[in-house]
Design a protein around this ligand. Structure first.
Ligand code: F2R
Ligand code: MG
Length: 317
């Protein structure tokens, strides 16, 4: 396998860049102008939001436990939230973390906040480290993502969105190795993991929209740009596939679709960064990204944890 460290770093840094570009006025204005300029200089630091904060929690837990330990991950989410509650979390997860703090098991808390579970995109937006850790085994990936999603998102649509997002990251890591990516094969592999009608329909729509052209109005109409997993995960997959040779092209296209722009940007950045690698990310954006060094260290420790070699990174305080 080619340059795995570069692709692991690309996916975590790509998540944070997509998140922070999509959350910033500067990034959204750049996206609206429709000019893809990798040298465009952000107006000051690019702070990340809950998308990246939770992605960090997933990575930390996978590293410390050398794989999925779902109770450990649930505790880590709650601890990280208590340290930095200002990251712009969606409505549900903080309520779950407060119930956990009051002694309620997360399995019960997740179903108390949304009977039947949440179908928001919060499990999908944090799924990149799971896609990286399990990139070489889609069945193990599916099982791990299902389990990890249930901590906050127990609804089948929230879970399947996370599985598809993690699998897209995994397939991007695999196919960034030399031969050009075949969108039909990529979508076919995702289709093999989908069981919910809305995702099956949207994966078919992605294939058609790739042939018809990336008209943003049509894409939003058919795939969505909302906070629900089924209205944002397919949109991120399309944004990547329609702009697969350019990280900034993919992220600015995603952010320009509007709606939940930080999360669609984050998920697109995670897939594109996994495919193109960290070396393809714009230097001028990375220079301003909050936590870039920490994300690089986490990517490297995640790879070490996967293959069982080298020092294990403990959480930084
Ligand atoms: N939403 C934000 N940021 C705005 C928060 C602002 C904050 N007050 C501040 O500035 O500090 N961003 C983040 O939210 C999205 C991820 O959300 P998540 O984690 O999935 O949240 P939740 O609450 O589980 O679901 C989101 C909404 O989906 C609808 N929904 C979900 N399940 C439902 C169900 N079973 N029945 C009905 N509706 C359901 C609800 O409208 C939920 O509020 C990301 O964008 C992240 O960046
Ligand atoms: Mg968001």
């Amino acid at each position: 396998m080619g340059d795995l460290p570069d692709r692991f770093a690309g996916s975590l840094l790509g998540t944070a860049l997509g998140d922070s570009i999509g959350a910033s006025d500067w990034g959204r204005a750049l996206a609206r102008r429709g000019i893809i300029d990798p040298d465009a200089q952000p107006l000051g630091i690019l702070p990340y939001t809950d998308d990246t904060h939770m992605t960090i929690g997933v990575a930390e837990s996978l590293i410390e436990r050398r794989g999925l330990d779902v109770d450990h991950m649930a505790r880590r989410f709650a601890e990280n939230y208590e340290r930095e509650p200002f990251r712009g979390y969606g409505p549900g997860p903080p309520r779950i973390f407060r119930l956990m703090r009051a002694g309620v098991d997360w399995r019960e808390a997740a179903l108390r906040v949304y009977p039947g579970g949440s179908f928001g995109n919060g499990a999908a937006m944090r799924a990149a480290p799971l896609g990286l850790f399990y990139f070489d085994d889609l069945e193990a990936l599916r099982r791990a993502v299902e389990e990890a999603s249930r901590i906050t998102h127990a609804h089948p649509l929230g879970i399947e969105g996370a599985v598809l997002q993690a699998a897209a990251v995994a397939l991007a890591v695999r196919s960034g190795d030399g031969s050009p990516l075949d969108p039909g094969e990529f979508l076919g592999a995702l289709r093999g993991l989908a069981s919910q009608a809305v995702y099956i329909g949207k994966l078919e729509a992605i294939e058609r929209l790739l042939k018809e052209g990336p008209d943003p109005g049509r894409v939003v109409l058919e795939l969505g740009n909302g906070i629900e997993a089924f209205n944002s995960v397919p949109t991120a997959i399309f944004s990547f596939l329609a702009n697969r040779d350019s990280f900034e092209g993919a992220v600015l296209y995603a952010v320009g679709l509007g709606g939940d722009s930080d999360t669609i940007g984050a998920m697109t950045g995670a897939i594109s960064g996994a495919y193109l690698g960290a070396k393809a990310l714009p230097r001028s954006w990375l220079a301003e990204l909050e936590g870039a060094d920490r994300l690089e260290r986490l990517a490297s420790a995640l790879l070490e944890a996967k293959y069982g070699a080298g020092p294990i990174l403990r959480r930084s305080t």
